[in-house]
Design a protein around this ligand. Sequence first.
Ligand SMILES: Cc1cc2nc3c(=O)[nH]c(=O)nc-3n(C[C@H](O)[C@H](O)[C@H](O)COP(=O)(O)OP(=O)(O)OC[C@H]3O[C@@H](n4cnc5c(N)ncnc54)[C@H](O)[C@@H]3O)c2cc1C
Length: 453
Amino acid sequence: MCVKKAIPAGDVIASRLGDVLGRGAVLTGDAIGPEYRCDESLHGSPAEPAAVLRPGSTAEVSAAVKAAAELSVPVTARGAGTGLSGACVPVAGGVVISFERMAAVLEIDDANHVAVVQPGLTLAELDARTRGHGLVYPVFPGTSAATLGGNVATNAGEVIRSGRFVKNATGYDLTQLITGSEGTLALVSEATLRLHPRLTATASLLAPFGSVDDVARVIPQIVTSGLQPMICEYIDRGTMTGLLRASDLRLGIPAQVAARTGAYLVLVLESRTAERLADDVADAAARLGEAGAYDVYVLLEGQGADLLAAREQAFWMVKAAGADDLIDMVVPRSRIPEYLRRVQELARQHGSRVFGCGHAGDGNIHFPVYEPDERKRSGLLQDIFAMGVSIGGAISGEHGIGRAKKRYYQALEDPAKLALQRRIKAAFDPAGVLNPGCVFDLAEAGPAATSMR
Ligand SMILES: Cc1cc2nc3c(=O)[nH]c(=O)nc-3n(C[C@H](O)[C@H](O)[C@H](O)COP(=O)(O)OP(=O)(O)OC[C@H]3O[C@@H](n4cnc5c(N)ncnc54)[C@H](O)[C@@H]3O)c2cc1C
């Protein structure tokens, strides 16, 4: 039977948690800024927490979660709030644990290529610190304002590990279980990250193709070539036009080529020496040419960086253009052409507009959806997800399920797998207070499901 508990009043929560953390670490009332109520997802309602907790140590995080569990108060961890699935939107009347006071690099271990960091550190700050060591944390999501805690919780980059060793066969891999769990199983108070040597010779290639289909066909060839591009992205013609216009960028592509182009492939190659890089560039250019690229442009150093910076603005561009949702399905690379084609067919059938660009090298395609009618949009998303799953894909490659995609996830995921996940959730979070309503519906999240919201 489901035990329904009401959340205690806000002043009770603030007083009890103030006792645990000290009054200065607890924000209430007007001190809670609007940024703590939402993330960057394109729709969904903000929610007002009773308190924002800002712990300063692992011990304080632990004490805060323990006190919240005793009070049956929902706890939502928050990094930078750049998430795109509503995962860090709090439960109304619950608490937010914000890691802004835990943002230190604790250690960079050059010998083992490891960094030990606190969860509130941003990717930009980590990159600045590793640079001087000739090392890099090679996870470059579209925003470097994201925190490492948020990256772990959304599995942005899949590079977390829990020791300084390079392999491990010691019991269940709990690290991978926590990774991507969106704050529903545990809070990350420290992370040990694998670093890589920072390669200095890099080149950005831009290849225009006649159609998205042509680009999609060349991607598996590039991936299996051994070139190991650091970035392999496709940008469709409409998105590229918008990006160049928005960033006032000129790449020197002749107008007659641009006019025939349906989509572009962007490759960033890197190597230890300029000679090796030159070999790889020649190899990539030959492959792209054979696959039907109209031409291959090796961008000047500044142009390459500017194009990537512009690409990072793609989300803000589609948001400004009024996109109503964002799909980030991942499909097997060999099925990308079929997926792209069928998404467009479904969009036409529903009378909605869908454009795209994406991390094509890993089969993760980002589609902004322009359909203001919520019922129609939901039907379109359901059909796209069902089609993608039927060809071996998964609903989210990196943005997560959060609150935004959970209804599709519940509808399309294997019921046996969902049941197992609920049991795992209950084992980690018996009080059912960790980010309820995220991934699962509130009533299904754990044994102490509540009547909130
Ligand atoms: C412009 C733009 C581009 C983006 N591009 C990419 C991209 O290319 N690839 C990609 O993967 N993502 C991308 N994202 C999404 C987002 O940046 C990532 O999901 C990122 O990992 C979120 O980090 P955050 O610190 O903002 O986390 P938040 O949004 O604050 O939280 C995200 C989730 O992590 C949980 N969480 C946060 N901190 C902790 C912690 N310490 N312990 C436990 N749980 C925690 C939250 O509860 C929530 O469930 C993009 C977002 C934007 C706005």
